[in-house]
Design a protein around this ligand. Structure first.
Ligand code: NAD
Length: 308
């Protein structure tokens, strides 16, 4: 399978490495000069679950890459998705499958502007990763990577992608309801990710506050109401309990949005609480908690001098 990784940061490098090590033809695509040059000169240095390795893997900017691909995995941040799709248009054929595992909501709609519905594979992953320096990343977990084709009649092609991910140790599984998984993950990020960022605390500290139950209930209720309009049922009480269970497991961890702000990088808030507030407004109701959280995160980005 000829694979491109469009967006080769923490997850992109982790996925690319695992697929390349298993013998797939993998090309990394990115915009970040220092990172690209480091990988071109020294290969990709990566630590997977504590084990260090180095792999020689092709990498370039979109304009440098003339090939077309069977499968493209997108690993930009949410706000980089459209720009990346624009830049890689020449690499997509009428059969290229695009796999999107980004956090956030509304991505399938954006991708559908570039490729037919039958070729869109949406999913979520529990793998985590980070960038230690240009050309040096780490990747952790055991998966799974849950994916489902956007067109239910096109399961077969997606099953090949699932098999490839299972073979290379990424633990790919075919999901029966990826929309539910995506919304549930958005509930996690829209509560603990956003609130830890605003309160400048870790997840354990957040869940020790007197306000957490009420905040989670209010935010999840808004997400649930919008999800329902898309035919996805999010049970508020069950989700709030799920959040508690997740928080107990991860403990003193600072979520990714907190780290984005610390590193003076733009957050994905517009594709989480921001998207819920936007969709609610478009559908004629209000999502005041999501709206306020989005505005406060943007205000924080402004204070930190982060450009949108
Ligand atoms: P990332 O920030 O590591 O990489 C995204 C893009 O930003 C890449 O193109 C990368 O090269 C670029 N980039 C990163 N640091 C840069 C810098 N200092 N200068 C210039 N460019 C830079 O993103 P990620 O963590 O791989 O996340 C990709 C998507 O996957 C997001 O939607 C994220 O929410 C989701 N996700 C991430 C994790 C995780 O643990 N990292 C887990 C689950 C889902």
């Amino acid at each position: 399978m000829k694979i491109a990784i469009a967006g080769s940061g923490a997850l992109g490098c982790g996925f690319g490495y695992m697929m390349k090590k298993d013998g797939n033809d993998v090309t990394l695509i990115d915009f970040w000069d220092d990172h690209i040059n480091a990988i071109k000169e020294n290969g990709l240095s990566i630590t997977v679950n504590g084990k260090e390795d180095n792999v020689i893997i092709p990498i370039g900017k979109p304009e440098e890459i003339k090939d077309t691909f069977d499968t493209v995995f997108i690993f930009t941040k949410s706000m980089g998705l459209r720009q990346m799709l624009e830049k890689i248009k020449h690499m997509l054929t009428e059969d290229t499958k695009v796999v999107c595992l980004l956090n956030g909501l509304g991505h399938a709609k954006t991708i559908s502007e570039y490729i037919p519905q039958k070729n869109i594979i949406m999913g979520t992953t529990l793998w985590t990763g980070g960038i230690d320096a240009p050309g040096k990343t780490h990747f952790m977990g055991e998966g799974p990577v849950e994916v489902q084709n956007s067109d239910e009649n096109e399961e077969e092609g997606t099953r090949e992608v699932v098999k490839m991910m299972a073979d290379c140790g990424l633990n790919g599984v075919y999901s029966q309801n990826v929309n539910f998984t995506t919304w549930r993950k958005a509930c996690v990020n829209g509560t603990m990710n956003a609130l830890c960022s605003l309160l400048d605390c870790n997840i354990k500290e957040l869940f020790e506050t007197s306000q957490i139950d009420q905040l989670n209930k209010k935010i999840v209720s808004e997400f649930s109401r919008v999800a329902e309009t898309e035919g996805v049922h999010i049970d508020v009480e069950e989700t709030v309990n799920y959040l508690k269970g997740t928080a107990e497991k991860v403990g003193e961890h600072y979520p990714s949005m907190h780290q984005d702000l610390k590193n003076k990088r733009l957050t994905e808030i517009d594709f989480l609480n921001g998207e819920v507030a936007k969709q609610a407004e478009a559908k004629g109701f209000e999502a005041p908690y999501s709206q306020l959280i989005t505005q406060l995160i943007h205000a924080k980005e402004d204070i930190l001098g982060i450009k949108r």
